[in-house]
Design a protein around this ligand. Sequence first.
Ligand SMILES: *Cc1c(COP(=O)(O)O)cnc(C)c1O
Length: 404
Amino acid sequence: MEERRRYRNGEAMVALGNPSFEAARRHGVIDLSVHHLGGGRLGLEDGREFLNLSSCSYLGLDAHPAVLDGAIEALQQEKLIDTGISRVRVRLSLLDALEQELGALWRTRAITAVSASAATAGLLPLVAGGQLCDDGQPRVMVFDKSCHFSMNLIKPICADEAPVLTCPHNDLNFLEDVCRKHPRVAYVADGFYSMGGAALVKDLLALQERYGLYLYFDDSHGLSVHGEHGEGFVRSLLGEEIHPLTLVVASLAKGFGTSGGVVMLGARHLEDRVHRFGGPLAWSQGLNVASIGAGLASAKLHRTPELGRLQGALRANLQRFDAQVEAPNRGSLSQIRVVEVGAEEQAVERSRHMLDKGFYTSAVFFPIVARGRAGLRVMLRANLSDDDMNRLCNAVRAVAGKAA
Ligand SMILES: *Cc1c(COP(=O)(O)O)cnc(C)c1O
């Protein structure tokens, strides 16, 4: 019995988390069934409309005409939804073309997956077991306490390969201590955390230099939003070549505006292991034809000045928000702001008030955030007008009572 629940506790998660979801349903702020009206605006069945301020499509590329056309053109060219066979055996040339283009754009070997979470599920156990390093030896796995669910979920599998530790958020002393005690360590972190913080990438690179630390980053919120060609917050700090002991995974369904996930692999020479032994990275689904076509179109946009314009528009909206609303992570590079309100039920009620004013801002509560620290999460985007921004800031101030 004592071997159970070392890395997860489903019973506690449901018992503590479910009442908030039930409250959210009672207040009509989850399970919303909508249709798309354009520009991040969504319509409910009863005719009400709202602006989605919980969308991860930070640059609006998921509704960009060129990206939509890319998906349609690829479908028309291949006349196929998907190949229905593992990529290890057979794959479309169009997929190779997309991966080559993303690799060239972001100066790496880029490998796509059906989602970032699927990539992580396949990759983390290989990191723990040492299969993505030349020495082939297991690594003590140190997960940052604030890691995304998609990484925490894999802890028990990693623990079958190597010791698994959880380190306080961004605690480099803790991490360095582990590096001093163990010859092989891997650190697992988000680039930008879902609640707004960021990884201390430069300090982590110094630890890598000193101790041969393996670095596993999930930069889902940073991809496309940062970097000259949208290579992301983390990749833009990694220099010309990604170190063989560094791996970045990111969702393509956020700033990039399509679907799927991407892996930037430092150890290019070990790529075959990723495909052959990375489980969901190579089961029968990869990116389907529409996603590949959309991806090629989005990648093309990433080479044009339009990307910089959209990144700039997002930054401007972020500054506008910060000038008008007080949030704990005001001024951070991340486009996510959490306006804390405290009690779970309050967050849900305020999310409802925001919806009544025409904005969807998600109530975040345990297990998404610590208990008693519930809040409204506001995710800024490039495609919001001055008028939208002013109305949004006024609404947040009125509902959450926090002026800058
Ligand atoms: C959104 C998100 C994911 C999930 O991405 P999918 O491509 O949907 O699997 C994983 N990690 C982080 C940090 C995210 O923000």
